[in-house]
Design a protein around this ligand. Sequence first.
Ligand code: NDP
Length: 334
Amino acid sequence: NTQILLDNRPVGEAVASNFKCITVETPALTDGQVLVRHHYLSLDPYMRGRMNDNKSYAAAQPLGEVMIGGTVGEVVESRHPKFAPGDKVVGMGGWQQYSVVNAGEPGALRKVDTTHIPLSAYLGAVGMPGVTAWYGLVKIIAPQAGETLVVSAATGAVGSAFGALAKARGCRVVGIAGGPDKCAYAVDELGFDACIDYKVHPTALSLSKALKAACPNGIDGYFENVGGIVLDAVLSRMNAFGRMAVCGMIAGYNGEPLPMANPALILINRLKVEGFIVSEHMEVWPEALKELGALVASGQLRARESVAHGIESAPEAFLGLLKGKNFGKQLVQL
Ligand code: NDP
């Protein structure tokens, strides 16, 4: 069983030498345990936060242990009555080829149906990132049909799900993404009404002008994934009583400061600004997953994946995710 451990903590930008690859024997199972062979590992921006040991909403990843991560795979051996070899399962198996799971622990392992939904989608659109989009849209932005919504990192795992969910509610949806290919994909494949390439608008003022053109009626709801000048630009176009779901600020995850140019706009426009962590709202997961599963099964949400191959490729693929090298949900196929 080849594993990737966190070996040391980053100073500033995360680098490949923060990780260490080792190979160990898989231990024999005891009663209640299940051995899972991972087919895919999910790479997610939150993992960057876990690499630090400063105060956060979640505990730091311990050094010398397998990196935390969501996985989908197949049961190969079971000493738990509810799981049998061949079952397809979702869990938190971490950055390794196999995991031994105490299957009776609440939430440790969930069987999934791959008849209409591909196994990998349970790590993306029909998994944690999809529910994240759902929560911010439904519970925080709570849009009316006809309103204009904007999402940053629009073509990623969360952003693409947000687009589909918002279109299903009759909203005008405008994305912000990096590069012409991502922007074309957002409009042509994901059904966004427009998508702005922030890389050709390097200042908040320039991006704000592009937003004005794409959102002639202003912005009623914003789903924030990035921070920095993207946030400044969107803030300058928010309508009175707009809502902002603050989901992530990936532009700052490697330690870059993210000053806010004009927070007074929150007051002037009487905005509701709410941050959230999706794992603290487990009560909405069943409802959200049901809607997301239906969108994927019907082809209304065709979320793209970036797939790296082999567990050894996980560190580089993860570092690339923090720089926008992924195009869609970043996975590692094992
Ligand atoms: P994505 O699949 O969207 O991948 C990350 C994307 O972020 C990149 O592809 C890139 O897109 C963009 N990005 C990276 N660096 C920068 C930068 N410096 N400036 C601007 N954009 C950048 O990831 P996810 O969909 O998994 O996650 C999206 C966001 O949601 C993250 O901020 C994440 O932390 C957050 N999140 C929060 C959760 C919560 O509970 N609050 C749960 C899950 C995710 P591009 O090339 O278009 O710039």
